[in-house]
Design a binder for this molecule. Sequence first.
Ligand code: FE
Ligand code: FE
Length: 269
Amino acid sequence: MEKVFRNYNENSVKAAVREHYKKMRQKQTVAYVAEMKQKYLTFDKPMMLWEALSHLDDLIDVSDPDLDLPNVQHLIQSAEAIRKDKRADWMQLVGLIHDLGKIMFLWGTDMDGTSQKEQWGMVGDVFVVGCALPDSCVYPEFNHLNPDMSDKRYNSTLGKYEKGCGLDNLELAWGHDEYLYRVLKHHPENKIPEEGMAMIRYHSFYPWHTGHSYTALLKEEDKKYLSWIRDFNKYDLYTKSDRTYELEKLKDYYLPIAEKYLGKGPIYW
Ligand code: FE
Ligand code: FE
């Protein structure tokens, strides 16, 4: 039988996934996101890329209904599939690092939802904060639990945004996508092309790239983002399997690509 991905039906999915999304919906507000940006975007913790990758051997993403392996295995599976399809080297690198923002669990806290135990501020599908939550979110029945949804400034279609303001002007729920994007944006040696940076920043934004919500907030140029992210999503989602790899054995192949686009020095997290 063909494997079904992203099945969130009550019986087939673990209670933990549902609970994760409930907390995420309850706690990810405009105020929370602003606070997390203040707190986590400090760029004062140097760490080599390969060391960061190895730390993801200690993290299992609780929001993922498809995979129970350490996150580093998912990164390798994605990268290897992109490599097998002979796609550009930068895209292979993006596959390998796209979830690396999850290393915030090393300095995260239960209270912020950025720890091993509490991951609602780190992983899972993201949505826009500051405007109405669409029904295309997973478990839309939790939408009304978000405190911003009883705040007049934030509970309308446009909320705090201007019509057609564009994807880059939206504030998404805090998590690993935005964190890695901002860390790399801040990294002086970053040469990952615009497409790759968009793949990193928006890959968890399912209500937009798969649910096609938020049309009033988008602008014409955002269409190019959509084609890039949908292209990347094939590798992020459909490569999940039980096959495991040894990270160290892949170093000879991927490290030179990483150095080409990110330099040889540490990245400041
Ligand atoms: Fe991700
Ligand atoms: Fe991923």
